[in-house]
Write a protein that binds this ligand. Structure first.
Ligand code: AKG
Ligand code: FE2
Length: 354
C-alpha cells in the first residue's frame, strides 16, 4: 500500500509560519490554503458529527446486564473498525478534574513568552516547550503552541521542564497521569473483549512499563483560519492517543470526508496506529487534523500511550489463522519509524505490512 501523503507545503510558508509564531503575528496575505481546500471551509466546523460515543462504565459495572455489555462491546468494535476512533465516557473521572487540567494548560500558554521559554527545548529535543523537532528540510509546521512532557515511567520525567506556573501544574499533571493509566487499562481491556480476546492480551503486549507522554496543544484565535491549520493531517504512531479537548477544532477523516469531533466536556477521544497493527487491521487508525478558529482559542491535551521501549508488538494470535491471514507483521519501536514519516507529512503503516 502506498504511504498516505499529505500535499506538501511550501518551504517558505513553513519557515514563515514558525517566524510568525515566534513573533506572535497572525497570517495575512496570499498564502496557500494548507488544507488544500477553498477559503470558507471552516464553516463546517460546527457541524455535528456522529463520532461514536462509548460508555466505558457500561463495560465495567456489575450493575449492567450481559446483554447491555455485549451491545456496548459491539458498538466499540464497530466504532474502531469504521471510524477508527471513539469518544469514551464513563471512565469515572470527574468533570471538575478534567476542567482543572484544561485550566492549568490554558494558564500556562497564556503566560508571557519569557515565562514559557524557561522550559524551551531545542529543535532537536522532544521534551519541553516549543515546536516539534525540525531536522527535515521543508517540514511542514503547525500553527500551534506546544508543551511536550514524558510522564510515565516516572524515571523519564524531566521535572526541570515541568512548568512551575501555574503553581498547581505539577500536581494536576501527576494526578492526570495516574488517571490516564487507569484509562489505558480500561480501554485496552475493552478493546480486547470487543474482539473476543482474553482481556489482558493488549496490556501484556504493551508491557508494564508502557510509556505515557503528554502533549499540550494551544491554538490561539486566528484571523485567517481558512489559510492555516492548527495541526496538519496525520495519524498517530502511538498504541493509541487519548485526547481531551475544550472546544471543537479536531476533525477526523472518514470515507474521504472530514468530521468535527463534538465538544463533550467529559469525553476522551481514543485512536492510534498500533491498535490497527495489533488488531491485524480490524481496527483502523484515522487521519485527523485541527482547524483554527477566528474568535476562540482552544486547548487540547493529547496523552500518547506507547509500548515499552524495545518491546515487539504484533497482531494477536487469536485474530490470525496462520501466517497467510496476517496483514501486519511484528514491529518494534514503531513510534520512531512513524515519526520519520510524519515529519514528511506521510503515514508509516505500510512499513508494518507483511
Ligand atoms: O488538538 C487536538 O485535538 C489533536 C491533537 C493531536 O492530534 C496530536 O497532538 O497528535
Ligand atoms: Fe494526532
Amino acid at each position: 500500500m502506498a504511504a498516505f501523503s499529505v500535499p506538501p507545503v511550501e518551504v517558505s510558508l513553513s519557515k514563515r509560519v514558525q517566524e510568525m509564531v515566534l513573533h506572535g503575528e497572525e497570517p495575512v496575505g496570499p498564502y496557500i490554503c494548507r488544507s488544500g481546500k477553498d477559503v470558507g471551509e471552516n464553516e463546517d466546523i460546527m457541524s455535528t458529527s456522529p463520532v461514536p460515543i462509548i460508555d466505558l462504565n457500561r463495560l465495567c459495572s456489575s450493575k449492567i446486564s450481559d446483554k447491555e455489555r455485549e451491545e456496548e462491546l459491539e458498538k466499540l468494535r464497530s466504532a474502531l473498525s469504521s471510524w477508527g476512533c471513539f469518544q469514551g465516557i464513563g471512565y469515572g473521572i470527574s468533570a471538575s478534574f478534567l476542567d482543572k487540567i484544561r485550566q492549568v494548560s490554558k494558564e500556562f500558554f497564556k503566560q508571557p513568552i519569557e515565562e514559557k521559554n524557561k522550559y524551551a527545548k531545542t529543535v532537536f529535543d522532544f521534551q519541553g516547550y516549543g515546536a516539534d523537532p525540525v531536522p527535515e528540510h521543508g517540514q511542514s509546521l503547525d500553527w500551534s503552541d506546544r508543551l511536550f512532557l514524558d510522564v510515565f515511567p516516572e524515571d523519564r520525567r524531566q521535572y526541570n521542564l515541568w512548568p512551575q506556573m501555574p503553581i498547581s501544574f505539577r500536581e494536576v499533571l501527576e494526578d492526570y497521569t495516574e488517571k490516564m493509566k487507569m484509562v489505558t487499562e480500561i480501554t485496552s481491556k475493552a478493546m480486547a473483549k470487543s474482539l473476543n480476546l482474553e482481556e489482558n492480551c493488549f496490556l501484556e503486549q504493551f508491557g508494564k512499563q508502557a510509556q505515557l507522554a503528554a502533549r499540550f496543544n494551544y491554538y490561539s484565535p486566528c484571523q485567517r483560519p481558512d489559510l492555516v491549520l492548527g495541526l496538519k493531517p496525520h495519524a498517530d504512531g502511538t498504541a493509541y492517543t487519548i485526547i481531551l479537548q475544550d472546544d471543537v477544532g479536531l476533525q477526523v477523516l472518514k470515507d474521504g470526508k472530514w468530521y468535527t469531533v463534538p465538544k463533550d466536556p467529559t469525553a476522551l477521544l481514543v485512536m492510534g496506529d498500533q491498535m490497527e497493527i495489533m488488531s491485524n487491521g480490524i481496527f483502523k487508525s484515522p487521519v485527523h487534523r485541527v482547524l483554527r478558529n477566528l474568535k476562540k482559542d482552544r486547548v487540547s491535551v493529547a496523552m500518547f500511550y506507547t509500548p515499552e521501549v524495545g518491546k515487539e508488538i504484533g497482531p494477536e494470535d487469536g485474530l490470525v489463522n496462520g501466517d497467510e491471514a496476517k496483514i501486519y507483521k511484528r514491529v518494534k519501536d514503531y513510534a520512531e519509524t512513524h515519526w520519520k514519516f510524519y515529519q514528511r507529512g506521510m503515514r508509516a503503516l505500510h512499513t508494518a505490512h507483511v
